[in-house]
Design a protein around this ligand. Sequence first.
Ligand code: HEC
Ligand code: HEC
Length: 469
Amino acid sequence: MKHIRRLPVALGSAIVPALVLAACSPSEPAPRPGESAAQAPAAGASSHTPGAPLLPGAQHATGAPGATDPTADADASDAADDGALPADVRERIDADLAELFGTLDEPHYERLDAWGASGFDPASDAFGVGDTEAARAEFARSAAIRFGFELPHVRDGDFQSVHLPEYQLALLVEIHELGRTKPRADRDAALRAEVERKIVEWYPTLREARSIYHVHCETCHGAHGGGDGPTSFGHDPRPRDFTSGVFKFTSRVSRAKPTRADLLRTLTHGLDGTGMASYGGLSRAELEGAIDWIRWLALRAAVERELLATFELEDEIPEDAAHEAYASAWDAWLAAESKPVPVPSAVPGATAERIARGRELFLDVKKGNCAQCHGEGGLGDGPASYTLEPGGSRESIKDDWGHSIRPRNLVEGKFRGGRRPEDVYRRIYAGINGTPMPTLGETKDANGAPLLSEDELWDLAFYALSLKH
Ligand code: HEC
Ligand code: HEC
């Protein structure tokens, strides 16, 4: 990667559209047509405490630059034991991050020369959505439902009555402008069809994606994705910290990143029994935009973390470090595509014998050993579900974010990764990232052979499903 050259980036030269995409706090109404969103507080300013670090646990070094830039104030982390990262190092990291990612208000993705040959361009890669006929049809279908009250106005040529969410303000202004400059009589079928197409084929820019997240997700997941938004604290489990880059319910082996489809599944179905509701009422484009933004937050945090770690280790940050960290952060996300959990295509039947075998494996300490956490009855109360503290009190086990976590009470029948037998098979195979739930499909026995066969994994899946009362 040494050959990666810095590309000239014209930071700050981006022309700010006259109408800033509004970023009202979720409780504020979306700007109505005709209202200038430029009067709205700048994105990020409304719900973000100035000086809050991007990475959890990071500390604020005095004199750090970027007081006006909410992304530039991310600060020193455990990289500096004495609490403060040298100001010039902080400045250097902030400059690198700004070059690669822009800011919260003006986000972008740097394109590396090294990607030239492969044709990969993070700015145009819609993260694998694909610009196929089928994908376009699916986007249009969901937008037609989502904007079912607006499209009839368009078909009537009554453009002024169209209302759209605040992150579609640029589109709305365009539509209203058309209505202003073209008398109603001139808004012929072709023009009306064109406007309808603009609505159903809309795909958010990165900036609009940020605004989608701001409206729907930020109150729990936080402005910087740290899982620390104002309403995050009452939740158990806590909203995901996207800066860690760890996602629980993926279809991938080896704790790889989630695919776009994995995240879309979480967004459309929600996570049963947690504060994460279903967002199935949003259009596909809105959901994909939220995913684009989560990934931006995670990639940026990964690069920042890597640079802080490099400095801690080498006491300096080599010239190429930022581009290398950026390239490998992207690699990790792109590599997930090639790491599916191998789920056998033929799903066997849930026979009584299979469920009985599953129960034995569940209890067998040398095989599934699930009962140590989930308890013999599956209630989530096994001996490994807590630790005994001096004095005899019980302390619950923790997840990777340091929060208490209980092994699932399987009798309640809540399967956050999906409840089809193949979903539960996948879950037992791949485990739940960031939690003590192990990756059984990748566990080997003393001879290096897989501990559990495909058949045994099915037995366990059907037994886990059978526990629901
Ligand atoms: C009311 C609070 C709340 C809101 C609003 C919210 N979430 Fe969540 N979200 C959660 C909680 C709680 C979890 C953790 C659930 C768990 O750990 O099982 C979570 C988890 C997630 C995950 C992690 C899934 C995984 O596999 O680890 C993703 C992705 C996610 N949310 C995306 C979003 C997006 C996108 C939005 C906005 C469209 C959103 N959330 C809005 C509470 C919320
Ligand atoms: C070391 C403790 C531990 C062991 C061993 C363990 N689990 Fe879990 N399991 C957990 C925890 C913790 C959760 C909840 C994670 C969460 O909610 O984020 C969980 C969740 C689950 C879920 C819910 C999945 C979903 O989609 O929501 C299933 C099913 C499950 N475990 C089955 C098993 C089976 C079967 C075994 C044995 C092969 C097993 N577990 C072994 C700790 C464990």
